[in-house]
Design a binder for this molecule. Structure first.
Ligand SMILES: *Cc1c(COP(=O)(O)O)cnc(C)c1O
Length: 385
């Protein structure tokens, strides 16, 4: 991180840092370099081909590296493209990795059923206990992959403690920081090596782009750009980068609103007679509230809860919501509900630790009071079913 970055606030980085107005005729919004090739007969500008680098994409990368307090960032075509590139870069044939069992499902599937074909073994842990991670270490452990908070029950992993253990043994640590965004959690400052994001969620923020990003040391990012990004080819398209830059400009104000509404909604549900339990790291009742306060500076808008009702009643609750659409994504302007626990039988619930009936809300940018009233009305409907 250079001196300029250090003195800028996150808001300043989102609005102006990385933009180079003089270079582009004073345009306040950068042009989309929608070209694959950069010709070099008369100029040596350092660009050759958009899979390797692109001036529009680089503006997004500069902003995100600064926001994450990392040296450099690289954009990818999706969150999964960034995650799989990070994992492929650190895992060797027959190596071992430790990962929370309730990690984002495609990440789990990649480790469990894809990397296994190269002899990679994964130990899945809860992630809540650092000693459990320490006990899972083997001589062949190459990496510890984390995602905190996890996006079903919102349990946390202690980033600093795990980074300390890993660093002492030369093990690479990777964190999926999508939930907290670089505004509310900076794993690199706590000793983590590589941060990955699905920028499809809050960073893009408008439910109109798939995007991924990876942040880390310059030498590591340069190598990954030539190897995993260059060779697998999952680079970001310049138009996608331009929309990502637009999303970043308003990230701080959007996150403030997501946080305010989610905090109120979670507190409201926690006291509601038709609610069994709420899972949100921003509530003082969260079992790891203190750890959250230590490693995060804020909370985003995604959380879950268990309504007091059977399957039919919960379906009725979901259908009578007026401001929440149904769907599995999150982090956009729109409020969403999805039902990860609704169809679980007892066995599956015990195996995954996900309570039967769990529903997840992504709190969008609608009016806070309207959202609370909508939840209340729908819970009253549920009660009458
Ligand atoms: C959505 C998501 C991803 C995957 O991102 P894509 O951009 O959809 O590929 C990874 N991690 C988490 C926590 C996510 O929610």
């Amino acid at each position: 991180m250079d001196e300029l970055q250090r003195s800028l606030t996150k808001e300043d980085i989102c609005t102006h840092y990385g933009d180079d107005y003089d270079r582009y005729l004073g345009a306040i919004v950068p042009p989309i370099f929608q070209n694959t090739l950069f010709t070099r007969k008369t100029m040596n500008h350092g660009y050759t081909y958009t899979r390797v680098s692109n001036p529009t994409t680089e503006i997004a990368e500069k902003k995100i590296a600064a926001l994450e307090e990392g040296e450099e960032a690289r954009c990818f075509s999706s969150g999964m493209a960034a995650i799989t590139a990070a994992l492929m870069s650190v895992l060797d044939k027959d190596s071992h990795i430790i990962c929370p069992a309730n990690v984002y499902a495609p990440t789990k599937a990649f480790l469990e059923s894809y990397m296994s074909k190269f002899g990679v073994e994964t130990t899945f842990v809860s992630g809540e206990s650092t000693s459990e991670i320490e006990q899972a270490l083997r001589p062949s452990t190459k990496a510890i992959y984390l995602e905190t908070p996890l996006s079903n029950l919102f349990t946390l992993q202690d980033l600093q403690a795990i980074a300390d253990i890993a660093r002492a043994k030369g093990i690479v640590t990777i964190v999926d920081n999508t939930w907290a965004t670089p505004l509310y959690q900076n794993p690199i400052a706590l000793g983590i090596d590589i941060v990955v994001h699905s920028a499809t969620k809050y960073m893009g923020g408008h439910s109109d782009i798939l995007a991924g990003v990876m942040i880390g040391r310059k030498s590591v990012m340069e190598e990954i750009s030539h190897r995993e990004r260059g060779m697998f080819g999952a680079a970001m398209d310049p138009h996608q980068a331009w929309l990502l830059i637009r999303g970043l400009r308003t990230l701080p104000v959007r996150m403030r609103q997501h946080q305010e509404s989610a905090m109120k909604a979670a507190a409201f549900l926690e006291l509601h007679p038709m609610v069994q339990r709420v899972y949100y790291p921003g509530l003082a009742s969260h079992p790891q509230y203190e750890l959250g306060r230590r490693q995060m500076t804020g909370y985003s808008g995604l959380f879950s809860f268990v309504p007091k009702g059977n399957r039919e009643q919960i379906m009725g609750f979901m259908k009578s919501l007026k401001l929440f659409e149904e769907g599995p994504s999150w982090g956009g302007f729109e409020s969403l509900i999805n039902t990860p626990g609704l169809w679980l039988d007892e066995d599956a619930s015990a195996r995954t630790g996900i309570p039967q009936g769990l529903v997840r809300l992504s709190i969008g940018l609608e009016n806070t009071d309207s959202l609370l009233a909508d939840l209340d009305d729908a819970l009253r409907v549920m009660q009458r079913i």
